[in-house]
Structure formats: C-alpha cells, structure tokens
Design a protein around this ligand. Structure first.
Ligand code: NAD
Ligand code: MG
Length: 387
C-alpha cells in the first residue's frame, strides 16, 4: 500500500458501474488504489482486471470458476477467494477506506452491513440495500460514524445540492426519470413488448436488471425509497418528474421555495468520482454539457397507472416494515422470469403486487427478518401468479 492513497474495494467490478469505477481509478492513480475486486460470473474480465490493477484480494461468486481464477493469478501475490460468504469477509480488511457496492440486488445487503460494522465508508450504487433495509442501515452507519455516499445519479445530484445546506430545511426533493424506452405507452401498447425492446434504454447503458427496472419504472420506485433513507424524508416529500433528456439529474426545493438542481450530460463516471473524492472535486475530462445542443428541456408527469411499480414503491414506503424488502425480492424474481421469457412485461408489476399482498408483514424487522422475508418472497414469486 502506498501511503495516502484511498484504498478501494469494488464489489461487482465487472459490471457497468464497476468497470466505470475502474476507469475513474485508472485516470487518478495518484489518489486511488484498488484493494479488492469481486465478480459473480465473469471470470475472464475479473482476471484481466486483477492483472491490470493488482488488488490484494479477488473474489469470484461462482465457486466453479475458482480454479480458473486461481490458476490465472498463480504467478501473482493476489489472494483468491470464492463464494458469497467471502464478500462479507473481504470488505473488512483493515486497509480498506471505501467499499463501492456495485453489485446488483439483495446480494449487496450482508456485505454492506459487514463493511459498515468494520468502519468502512460506503460508496453506494447498490440501491437495493437501502430499499430492503434502509431503516437498519442508516442508524448502523451513524453508529459507526461512516458516510453512505450515493452513486446513483439522482441521489448524487441531491447530495451535491445539499452541500452547505441543512436537511431540516428541505421542503421536498424531485427525482427526475428518463421514462425509459416505453415512455408515453399505455397498457394496451405494453401487452406484448419483448425483452429486447425493454433492454434498449434511451440514455444510459447499464446492467440488465436496472435496465428492465428503468423500463417498468421500478427503478424510480426503488430510488424513491433509497432517497427516503439517504436524506431522512417522508414519502410526501419525494416527487418524481419525467425528464427524457436526463440532463437535470434531480432537484431539491427548500422551505423558502428556492430550488437547486444538479445538471450535466448523463455519465455515471461523474457521480462515481464524486462519491470517491467527496468532499472534494477533482478535474475530469468527462464531456461537458452545452446549452446550444439542448434549447428545450422537457418535463412531464410520471404515468403511475400504466407503470404501476412506481405506485407500489410509494405504497411500500407508506406501509414501512419489511414491505419494501418484499417488493424488492418479488421484483428481482419477476425481472429474472421476464428475462427468461417466462412472464410478460406487465406481469412484473402484477407479481410484485401479489407478493406484497401475500408476504408475511413485519412492522419492526431485524436483519434476520429481512433475510427470511427475502427468502420467503423469492419462493413465493417463483411459484407465483401466472395467468
Ligand atoms: P451489472 O449487472 O452491470 O453488474 C453487476 C455486478 O455485480 C457484476 O460485476 C456482477 O458480477 C456482480 N454480481 C451480480 N450478481 C451478484 C451476486 N449475486 N453476488 C455478487 N455479485 C454479483 O449491474 P450495474 O448496472 O453495474 O448495477 C450495479 C448496481 O448499481 C445496481 O444496484 C444498480 O441498481 C446500481 N446502479 C447502476 C447504474 C448504472 O448506470 N449501471 C446507475 C445507478 C445505480
Ligand atoms: Mg438512478
């Protein structure tokens, strides 16, 4: 370890956020060093990343790929581990300063808890962790005196707008949504849409799960819940507006009526970099916004009748307890089934609603309750409603 450089653990380094984070790190070798890299399946990319960045440790989720990884790195000093339990271990290494949670889904929860307990700052891309257990994570972060630095572009925008402000003076926040590939469509138009259509996001190139969530507006729903926990807001203080150009990344309205927005071309490297350098900014060569190319910025209300997932998220937020954990688990399975052509696009929201009605509600869940709820609802969603 070179003294003074921030030591970064990236969970999910082979994904969309993970690879962009490595680009940010590569561009700033005087500031950052990679300590841990992890991936679920893509062993070839993980090997290439490990050889390039020389982390101390790598983890492959898929245990059958362990030998391949071990052999490929045999000539190096890099420690090689496998399996999901290893994620909970590697986030705790003494030298790590920041854990970037760039893995997808509920799988982020337990490693994040362990990282916080070990006193690591969290650069949080994995919104599902706060959706599932924000009520537990935020007090845990406060107890251990660590920061949860948002990487999600909307939340980074709000976080940036709040620098120098008091959270008590927020009247409301407005999350912008691109509207995804099906913006303006009605239920009749969406009966037979394919996964190929759903996977074509107009503005962002992202992992498959979040891309489907963007098409169904579940992503915005998850972000509403994420915002509640990050900024300590009530459901009524969080609004969503569709802004197809994704230039305004989100806004804060204060109690005197003043509004602040954070803007820029859509590029996840900016919020990733900000989370890694906060409270400072550093120079970047990311493409700059030019007003002449955007003489009109467009806004419209979100259609919650057609895109029911957004409504379900507000419902989950108002109900509290483990309801958002149920919604998240149902949605992870629903997206998986949709990507396997086993359910239709519209059945995603149906399955989510079904599971929220049938799951066992717990008003004040413990960590173990969240784990059980996730398991119960996944099982239910797999058997789930199919008509
Ligand atoms: P991705 O599918 O491109 O990458 C996911 C990464 O996590 C991969 O490295 C994969 O190997 C790993 N992974 C997958 N399942 C895992 C599991 N069960 N256990 C451990 N590791 C696992 O996803 P992404 O688009 O990079 O998104 C990552 C997270 O960031 C998600 O929570 C997403 O909502 C959030 N996010 C992404 C973007 C974006 O632009 N991609 C924007 C905002 C927020
Ligand atoms: Mg986002």
């Amino acid at each position: 370890m070179v003294e003074g450089k921030k030591q970064i653990a990236i969970l999910g380094s082979t994904g969309s956020i993970g690879t962009q984070a490595l680009e940010v790190i590569e561009a700033n070798p005087q500031l950052f060093e990679v300590y841990v890299l992890t991936a679920q399946n893509n062993v070839d990319l993980l090997i290439a990343q490990a050889l390039k960045f020389s982390p101390k440790v790598v983890v492959i989720g898929k245990e059958s790929a362990y030998q391949t990884l071990k052999e490929a790195l045999s000539g190096t000093a890099i420690k090689v581990l496998a399996g999901s339990k290893a994620l909970e271990e590697v986030v705790q290494y003494e030298a790590i300063d920041v854990v970037l949670t760039a893995l997808v889904g509920y799988a982020g929860l337990l490693p994040t808890v362990k990282a916080i307990e070990a006193g690591k700052h969290i650069a949080l891309a994995n919104k599902e962790t706060l959706v599932v257990a924000g009520e537990l994570i935020m007090p845990l972060a406060a107890k251990h005196g660590i920061s949860i630095l948002p990487v999600d572009s909307e939340h980074s925008a709000i976080f940036q707008c709040l620098v120098g402000e008091s959270y008590q003076e927020i009247e409301k926040i407005i999350l912008t949504a691109s509207g995804g590939p099906f913006r303006g469509k009605k239920i009749v138009d969406l009966q037979n849409v394919s996964k190929e259509q759903a996977l074509k996001h107009p503005n962002w190139s992202m992992g498959a799960k979040i891309t489907i969530d963007s098409a169904s507006l579940m992503n915005k729903g998850l972000e509403v819940i994420e915002a509640k926990w990050l900024f300590g807001l009530e459901a009524d203080q969080i609004e969503v507006i569709v802004h197809p150009q994704s230039i305004i990344h989100s806004l804060v309205q204060f109690m005197d009526g003043s509004m602040k927005a954070q803007m820029g071309l859509p590029d996840m490297k900016l919020p990733i970099q900000y989370a890694l350098t906060y409270p400072n900014r550093i120079v970047s060569d990311f493409p700059r916004f030019n007003f002449a190319n955007f003489p009109y910025l467009h806004f419209e209300p979100a259609d919650m009748q057609t895109f029911r997932n957004l409504n379900l998220a507000y419902e989950a937020l108002r109900k509290g307890g483990n309801m958002a954990c149920m919604l998240n688990a149902a949605n992870e399975i629903a997206v998986e089934l949709f990507l396997q052509d086993k359910i239709s696009f519209l059945q995603i929201a149906e399955l989510n609603e079904f599971c929220m009605q049938k799951g066992t509600f717990i008003a004040h869940p413990t960590l173990e309750d969240y784990v059980r709820t996730d398991e119960e609802v996944r099982g239910m969603a797999r058997l789930g409603k199919r008509e």
